[in-house]
Design a protein around this ligand. Structure first.
Ligand code: AMP
Length: 172
């Protein structure tokens, strides 16, 4: 399954700007077996630990995280780009592989001590996931694992994620 997933990912050169090779995961989403396979593999990154919630990062992270939450039978929590969540939020700023952004989480989305699986589609420089972890740390979450479908290892994003358990299905 891992190799089938790898073959399905489409490299799009110079998107969204010159020099970036964008990993397009839409061919995985469009194929029932591949999508299910990717969710199976992401669920397994929890290592059998019972998690309380799955947290996903705006926007492609939602697709995977919500399906993982449903499969694990737990709730889903979104971390969104600034200005999208309607209730009281805490925020964290970060630098992207391309550009800059601020992410937010609802203050009551995670309770202190809850066991969290954090999911995103891709780990690049690690700025996004590091900001998400800062938000979750601020709410007192216990991070079980930080899981990605894709890791761009050459960007060393793991280095920004401290001592957390970082899992990736596909590494480049
Ligand atoms: P970073 O903060 O640099 O780790 O960037 C990770 C976020 O940006 C993820 O949410 C990805 O969806 C997106 N991203 C960054 N680089 C790429 C890439 N080369 N291909 C696809 N998505 C990317």
């Amino acid at each position: 399954m891992v190799e089938r997933l790898r073959e399905a990912i489409r490299d799009v050169h110079d998107f969204p700007k010159e020099g970036i090779v964008f990993k397009d995961i839409t061919p995985i989403l469009a194929d029932a077996e591949l999508f299910r396979g990717s969710i199976d593999l992401l669920c397994a990154t929890a290592g059998g630990t019972k998690v309380d919630k799955v947290v996903g990062i705006d926007a492609r992270g939602f697709i995977f995280a919500a399906a993982v939450a449903d499969r694990l039978g737990v709730g889903f929590v979104p971390i969104r780009k600034k200005g999208k969540l309607p209730w009281k939020c805490t925020e964290a700023a970060y630098a992207l592989e391309y550009g800059e952004a601020v992410v937010e989480i609802h203050q009551d989305a995670v309770k202190p001590g809850e066991k969290i699986l954090l999911v995103d589609d891709l780990l690049a420089t690690g700025g996004t996931a590091a900001a998400a972890l800062k938000l979750l740390d601020g709410l007192g979450a216990e991070i079980i694992a930080v899981s990605f479908l894709i890791e761009l290892s050459f960007l060393s994003g793991r280095g920004k994620l401290g001592s957390h358990e970082v899992k990736a299905i596909l590494k480049y």
